[in-house]
Ligand binder design. Structure first.
Ligand code: AMP
Ligand code: MG
Length: 330
């Protein structure tokens, strides 16, 4: 089910980073506004976690189905852990990865969190971001923020203020410009609400690091066993069709390389990382897909990327972006 559109067109302002802007953004959020903020993963569309009207507005602006719950962002591990029922797994993971691109799903303890933000579930997804701007804003609001990615549902996630402007211009009052995001793909979502630990979404943290943590060694991590609500097979889509796991570009295609650019190809080429660095590729992924999406090409062909480390998250996003594409991906 989707929310009906309740958003009137408005002028969208872009805030430059300053102490004054931090205080201004915090004031807007306190009053119940929804504004776009930088995180280290992608830009988020943030609002207070305890205000149903604000949460409803976020669903509506994004055109996001109501069964797709939001991640709640906190300014400290203590505050995030205080809102969930947890065991030693949460303590170990929080100590190692927070602040950072890890989201923990656990049984919810805090009754103040909007039921709408949780899609009526008894679990909540919590995270402490490492981006200094959003951390400082949450501290000033002094209320945790629900913040899904600041894009229209199903589209590419934004990694700069300009991307957010392209996605949501006229639909939100304010975009906080914190430059390009460092990690470039969303957080790793780990479910600790059950006995078995499950990675629900690959993301900014290498799954093997989570696996290696002493306490978790004995408990096998079950990837993708429990499907996350709202995790759709088709997502993160550019408008141009995508051909993934490609070995060479064809005529009239745009080529997204992993490594050096092919010598004899005359068409449009970008490289995720000339040095074949997976972290650099993740940082460039959405940005380059957006750039290629604006070119006059039939298809975006993406070179095969190794399925290890953050490469798992890159492949996950590309597979969803190419879902139902007309190509039998190589
Ligand atoms: P986004 O806000 O776009 O980064 O997406 C957040 C993702 O977190 C959702 O698509 C869900 O898959 C996941 N998520 C949020 N809350 C829960 C929850 N209570 N249980 C499982 N997954 C969740
Ligand atoms: Mg998203």
């Amino acid at each position: 089910m989707k929310c009906e559109n309740i958003i009137a067109k408005m002028k969208t302002k872009i805030l430059k980073n300053s102490k004054k802007s931090i205080l201004y953004a915090a004031e807007l959020l306190k009053k119940g506004d929804t504004i776009a903020l930088p995180t280290e993963t992608v830009y988020g569309l943030a609002g207070r976690y305890d205000n149903n009207k604000t949460i409803e507005k976020i669903f509506s602006i994004k055109n996001r189905p109501l069964n797709n719950p939001f991640i709640i962002h906190y300014s400290s591990s203590d505050l995030a852990l205080a809102d969930i029922y947890f065991d030693s797994r949460a303590e170990i993971l929080a100590k190692k990865f927070w602040p950072g691109p890890l989201t923990l799903v656990a049984k919810v303890k805090n009754k103040k969190i909007s039921k709408l933000a949780l899609s009526g579930l008894e679990t909540v997804a919590v995270r402490v971001p490492s981006n200094k701007i959003i951390l400082s804003i949450i501290e000033h609001v002094n209320i945790p923020l629900a913040a899904p990615s600041a894009n229209r549902y199903g589209k590419l996630s934004p990694t700069s203020a300009k991307d957010v402007y392209e996605e949501l211009n006229g639909k939100i009052s304010t975009i906080y410009d914190g430059g390009s995001t460092n990690i470039g793909v969303e957080s790793t979502v780990v479910d600790i609400s059950k006995k078995e630990t499950a990675v629900l979404r690959y993301g900014g943290i290498d799954e093997s690091l989570i696996n290696d943590l002493t306490n978790l060694k004995r408990k096998k991590i079950v990837s993708k066993k429990f499907l996350s609500p709202g995790l759709s097979k088709s997502h993160y889509k550019p408008n141009t069709p995508l051909r993934i796991n490609a070995s060479y570009p064809k005529k009239n295609e745009g080529w997204l390389a992993f490594g050096k650019k092919p010598k004899n190809f005359k068409g449009i080429i970008l490289s995720l990382s000339k040095k074949k660095c997976l972290k650099e590729s993740a940082k460039n992924l959405y940005k380059m897909l957006r750039l290629l999406d604006k070119k006059d090409i039939t298809t975006i062909a993406v070179q095969k990327i190794p399925k290890r480390g953050i490469g798992l998250a890159i492949n996950d996003r590309l597979e969803r972006a190419a879902y139902n594409s007309k190509f039998k991906n190589e």
